[in-house]
Ligand binder design. Structure first.
Ligand SMILES: C[S@@+](CC[C@H](N)C(=O)[O-])C[C@H]1O[C@@H](n2cnc3c(N)ncnc32)[C@H](O)[C@@H]1O
Length: 395
């Protein structure tokens, strides 16, 4: 039987993901797709194992697509429900999820839950170590964060995940103590339930081989910050470090070019790092007054090398073209006083065509000695991607 691969991405990136994967596995065939979700029919006789894993930087997560479940929503008197459920836009979908009586109460989604559990059982692939229930990007705006995310998921959605997991536990498809959307461990086999439309679920699975596959839908769970996050960059740097596994240690120094208003500095300071922010713009007073923070109010190219000679990790989040960012970083890291262990670079993509240069960018970074490079369009990235590069450790 043919196998299907699902790949998720930022809404709007589907055609690039399709093109990249078709170039990687020419014998694959395009199958069902929606905003934020693409599926492929794999060549006969192959399975979605390591060599068929999508290699690009755009996939958010991937796994095997097993079966699709489709049910009607129960009718309600609410005006929004006059639209067919599969035609709901992101806003209407969110309002549906906020309304527990329409989505979340055991009765409102019982049909969808019953059918999903029955379909999972019929695959005979269970039991699984855990279950990830997630919404494709482009349907729930909370997974396509353009602003600071709301860390509280809609109540209806929370209830739905709860009831669904209870039903899976009752059939012994997941262990008795499992809750929905717990971070998985490496090697575990996870049941994926992707809500494609309010009435449609793809039942899939994946074995965790990458850090991002530990997170439900490849989305790092947002956590409430000690102090409200100053900017989206708070979540961006947290995701970049968690995904890449960068070994930032308390007491080390991070230098960030493009640090205002200070979201990423805020997260780094919470990790007990020292932070030097380089930016001509003003830094939020909460950060500016922090004892472990120093503001250099200049452009990246104007900074005195001596002022950042303690740099352990060099970051850039400046809103500048990628080549300009790389020129600035090169000027710094080629200087004998500045010897960072690694780089975390946000590369802005006003036009996705710029991604054609990705290979050149990583080669350029490698030529400075940062030969271990990884890239990802973070969930918290907008029109940008993240490049993390480290030097090989000396033995
Ligand atoms: C996306 S914001 C950075 C957000 C920031 N990382 C945070 O955590 O809140 C981009 C910043 O880049 C700064 N910037 C633009 N050109 C720069 C340059 N040549 N050197 C340093 N900063 C620059 C801007 O002033 C702006 O504050």
């Amino acid at each position: 039987m043919a196998e299907y691969l699902f790949v998720t991405c930022q809404a709007g990136m589907e055609s690039l993901v399709k093109a990249e994967y078709m170039a990687q596995v020419p014998a694959a065939r395009l199958a069902f797709s929606r905003r934020g979700l693409v599926t492929f029919k794999l060549p006969d006789g192959t399975t979605a194992t390591a060599d068929l894993a999508p290699r690009g930087i755009l996939p958010r997560t991937f796994g095997t697509s097993l079966v699709t479940v489709q049910t009607p929503l129960p009718p309600t008197s609410s005006p929004a429900s006059e639209k067919a459920p599969n035609r709901l836009g992101a806003r209407e979908f969110m309002s549906l999820l906020q309304d527990v009586t329409r989505f979340g109460d055991a009765t409102s989604t019982s049909h969808l839950i019953e059918q999903t559990v029955a379909a999972a059982e019929q695959t005979q692939m269970g039991p699984w170590n855990g279950v990830h229930v997630w919404v494709r990007d482009g349907l729930m705006p909370a997974t396509n964060w353009s602003r600071i995310p709301n860390v509280e998921l809609p109540l209806g959605w929370q209830r739905f995940c709860l009831h669904l997991t209870e039903a899976l536990r009752a059939k012994n498809l997941v262990p008795a103590n499992v809750r929905a959307n717990e971070n998985a461990e490496m090697g575990q086999r996870i049941l994926d339930l992707c809500l494609v439309e309010p009435t449609q679920i793809i039942v899939g699975q994946h074995q965790v081989q990458h850090r991002f596959q530990r997170w439900s839908g490849g989305v790092i769970p947002p956590v409430p910050a000690a102090v409200p996050p100053i900017s989206r960059a708070y979540f961006k740097i947290r995701e970049a470090v968690s995904w890449s596994g960068l070994d930032l240690r308390p007491g080390q120094t991070c230098v960030e070019i493009g640090s205002a208003p200070g979201g990423s500095c805020q997260w780094l300071l919470e990790q007990d790092l020292k932070v030097i922010g380089i930016d001509p713009a003003e830094i939020d007073p909460v950060i500016a007054n922090h004892p472990n923070f120093t503001h250099i109010r200049r452009r990246g190219r104007e900074v005195k090398r001596h002022d950042i000679k303690q740099c352990d990790w060099l970051l850039s989040d400046a809103n500048l073209p990628p080549n300009y960012v790389l020129d600035t970083i090169e000027d710094l890291v080629r200087h004998p006083l500045i010897r960072p262990k690694g780089l975390v670079l946000t590369l802005k993509l006003p036009d996705t065509k710029l991604l054609e240069h990705w290979h050149d960018w990583t080669q350029r970074v490698a030529s400075w000695g940062f030969t271990q490079t990884v890239g990802r369009q973070l969930v918290f990235n907008r029109q940008e991607v993240c490049l993390v590069a480290t030097k090989p450790r000396r033995s």
